[in-house]
Design a protein around this ligand. Structure first.
Ligand SMILES: Cc1ncc(COP(=O)(O)O)c(C=O)c1O
Length: 542
C-alpha cells in the first residue's frame, strides 16, 4: 500500500504500519526501488503492480507513525482516496475513489481537485489516465471543470443519498408455513442430464426470443401430459406457457379486464398473493365464501361477478375438494351469466389417498381457463406454469401476456418438454407423492400424540394441512406469536380471509395452515417435533 501526497508541502517520507507514505518528489525513487520484503512497488501502469493498493493523499500530514488515525489537514483539500480495485484499470479506480469520497462527504461541494498534471505525477500514471477520470466524473455530474479555475467538486446536494438497505429479516430456524415444495427432492441429476442435452441439441433459433405463447416443444408435451394426468381437454395451440400459475392467472385477469370484466369472485379464504395479482389487473374482488364442500357457488349469482377464480381440486387453504354437485352448479352459473371460470390447479397432481380428481376444465373447455404450475410438484425456482385457454379467448390472452412480458427461459421450457416426454415428470410426481404422504403422516401422528384435541381437516393432498384449534382456547395470533418465540414459524387461517361479512366471520373457526412440503430432510422432523412439543405446552396451560 502506498500513501501519496500531491500538495507542495514538504513531508518527510515515513513508513507506516498500514502502508507507505511517500513524498511526491520521492515517489519515483521508492517506486523504482522496492523496500525489501514489501510488495511490488513498480511504476504505476495498470497491472504492473496489481497487488499494490494506492492512496492519493491530498494535503494530509501524518503526525505520528499511525497516520490513518491521526491525519490533520494542511489547509488544502482534506481527503484520502483509496485506489483499491484496479481490476478495471487505474482510471476506473480513481473515478470510483473520487465518487466514494464525494458520497462519504470527505469531498464537499466546490472543493478543488489537484490538477491532472500534479495528480498524474503523484500517481505515476499517464496524465491521460487522470484526464479521462476527471472527464468521466464531470460527465456524470460529480465534478465541474471551469476554464482557468481547474476542476472542483460539483454541487453535491443534487446527489441523492443511496436508499438505506432494509435490515435483513432473520429467518426462523424452523418453518412450517405452507406453499413450499420439498427443496431437497428436486431431481437434480435428471434435470442436469436433460439440460445438457438441450444445450447440445437445441436449434440456434432457441437462443433468440421465443413465441409469446411459449416453446412449441413444451406446449406439445404439456397437451399430452395434461390430458393424460389431469383430464384437461386441450391442444398445443390452446396452451400458453407462463412464469408460474401466478403469472398466468395475472395474464388471465388482465385479459378479462380487457374483455370488459369489472368484478372477480375470489374464494374466501384464498391466497393473498393471488388477490394482489387480481387487484393489480384492475378487477374489483368480491369474496366467495367456502365451507367443507369447497366454494359456496350458490352465492355467485348475488355477487355480480364477471369471472371467478377457484381451486376445485384442493381448495387453498381449506384443503377440501369442490363437491361434484357444486361443480355442475358453477358451470351452470358461468353459462347463464356469460362468465369465465379461472381454475387454479396449483397442486392437483398431488393426491395421496386416491386418484386425483380430474380438472373442472374438462366439463366445459370453452368457458374455463385452466392454470397449472411446476411450483408445487417440481420446483418454484423454475418459474414454469401454463394456461389452457378457450380458443375464442386466446388472442386476448396472448396480448395480455405480451404486456406483462415475462416468460421462463426457452431453454428451461425445452428441458421441461424433454423431462415430460422421457416420463421423468410422471416418475418424479409418483416419488413426491410417497414423500409427501410420509411427511403428512408424520405430522398427523405427532399431533395425535401431543395434542389429540386438535383436529386435522382437509383431504390427503398437496403440501399443507389445516389444524383446527378448539374454540374458546388460545386464538390463532396467540398460538403463532408464542411459536415465533420458540423460533418456529406458523401461519393461521385468518391471514387468508378477506371478507368482512359478520355472519361469515362468526363462522370462522381458528386454525393453523401447516405446510409439510418444507423444510428439507431432517429439519422437517425437527420442526414437527418442535410443533408437537410447543402445542402440547400451549394446551397443557389452557
Ligand atoms: C393457491 C395457489 N395458486 C397458485 C399459486 C401460484 O404459484 P406459482 O406462481 O409459483 O406457479 C400458488 C403459490 O403458492 C398458490 O398457493
Amino acid at each position: 500500500m502506498i500513501l501519496m501526497k500531491y500538495s507542495t508541502e514538504s513531508v518527510a517520507p515515513s513508513y507506516v504500519k498500514a502502508g507507505v507514505l511517500v513524498r511526491s518528489r520521492e515517489r519515483r525513487a521508492v517506486a523504482s526501488s522496492p523496500r525489501p520484503g514489501s510488495p511490488c512497488l513498480g511504476p504505476g501502469g495498470p497491472g504492473a503492480c496489481s497487488r499494490v493498493r494506492r492512496y492519493v493523499h491530498n494535503g494530509l500530514v501524518p503526525r505520528s507513525s499511525k497516520p490513518r488515525t491521526s491525519w490533520t489537514s494542511s489547509g488544502e483539500l482534506d481527503f484520502l482516496v483509496a485506489l483499491a480495485d484496479q481490476a478495471r484499470g487505474l482510471s476506473a479506480a480513481l473515478q470510483q475513489a473520487v465518487r466514494d469520497a464525494i458520497r462519504d462527504g470527505r469531498l464537499g461541494s466546490g472543493q478543488p481537485l489537484p490538477s491532472t498534471r500534479a495528480l498524474a505525477s503523484d500517481l505515476g500514471v499517464a496524465r491521460g489516465t487522470v484526464v479521462e477520470a476527471y472527464e468521466q466524473l464531470a460527465a456524470e455530474g460529480w465534478l465541474v471543470a471551469r476554464q482557468g479555475l481547474g476542476t472542483s467538486v460539483a454541487d453535491i446536494r443534487s446527489v441523492a443519498p443511496a436508499p438505506a438497505e432494509p435490515p435483513a429479516a432473520q429467518a426462523p430456524r424452523l418453518d412450517l408455513r405452507p406453499g413450499h415444495a420439498d427443496p431437497s427432492s428436486f431431481p437434480r441429476q435428471n434435470w442436469a442430464a436433460v439440460t445438457r442435452k438441450v444445450l447440445a441439441e437445441a436449434p440456434d433459433e432457441a437462443f433468440g426470443y421465443a413465441d409469446s405463447r411459449g416453446r412449441p416443444e413444451l406446449r406439445a408435451a404439456l397437451a399430452g401430459y395434461l390430458g393424460r394426468a389431469r383430464a384437461v381437454r386441450t391442444t398445443a395451440a390452446s396452451l400458453l406457457v407462463c412464469s408460474g400459475a401466478g403469472h398466468g392467472m395475472g395474464v388471465a385477469f388482465r385479459a378479462m379486464a380487457a374483455r370488459g370484466a369489472r368484478v372477480l369472485a375470489v374464494e374466501d379464504p384464498s391466497s393473498p398473493r393471488l388477490r394482489a395479482i387480481a387487484a393489480g389487473a384492475g378487477l374489483r374482488l368480491v369474496p366467495l365464501p367456502c365451507d367443507d364442500l369447497g366454494a359456496r357457488v350458490v352465492a355467485l349469482p348475488s355477487l355480480g361477478a364477471d369471472a371467478v377464480v377457484i381451486t376445485p381440486a384442493h381448495q387453498f387453504p381449506l384443503g377440501v375438494t369442490l363437491a361434484s354437485r357444486r361443480r355442475s352448479e358453477l358451470l351452470a352459473w358461468a353459462r347463464a351469466s356469460n362468465a369465465v371460470i379461472i381454475e387454479d390447479d396449483y397442486d392437483g397432481e398431488l393426491r395421496y389417498d386416491r386418484q386425483p380428481v380430474g380438472a373442472l376444465q374438462a366439463l366445459d373447455p370453452g368457458r374455463v381457463i385452466y392454470a397449472g404450475t411446476t411450483s408445487k410438484s417440481l420446483s418454484a425456482a423454475l418459474r414454469i406454469g401454463w394456461l389452457a385457454v378457450p380458443p375464442q379467448l386466446m388472442d386476448l390472452l396472448v396480448d395480455a401476456c405480451r404486456q406483462v412480458s415475462a416468460w421462463p427461459s426457452s431453454l428451461d421450457q425445452i428441458a421441461m418438454a424433454r423431462f415430460i416426454e422421457a416420463g421423468l415428470f410422471d416418475r418424479h410426481i409418483r416419488r413426491m407423492r410417497g414423500i409427501y404422504r410420509q411427511r403428512r403422516d408424520l405430522l398427523i401422528a405427532a399431533l395425535a400424540a401431543h395434542v389429540p384435541m386438535l383436529r386435522v381437516t382437509g383431504i390427503a393432498a398437496g403440501g399443507h394441512a389445516l389444524v383446527r384449534l378448539p374454540p374458546g382456547g388460545p386464538g390463532e395470533d396467540e398460538v403463532i406469536n408464542g411459536a415465533a418465540r420458540c423460533d418456529l414459524a406458523l401461519e393461521g387461517l385468518g391471514g387468508y380471509r378477506f371478507g368482512h361479512d359478520a355472519a361469515e366471520l362468526a363462522r370462522h373457526e381458528p386454525a393453523l395452515v401447516i405446510g409439510y412440503g418444507s423444510p428439507a430432510g431432517r429439519s422437517y422432523r425437527a420442526a414437527v417435533a418442535a410443533l408437537g412439543d410447543y402445542l402440547r405446552s400451549v394446551y397443557a396451560r389452557a
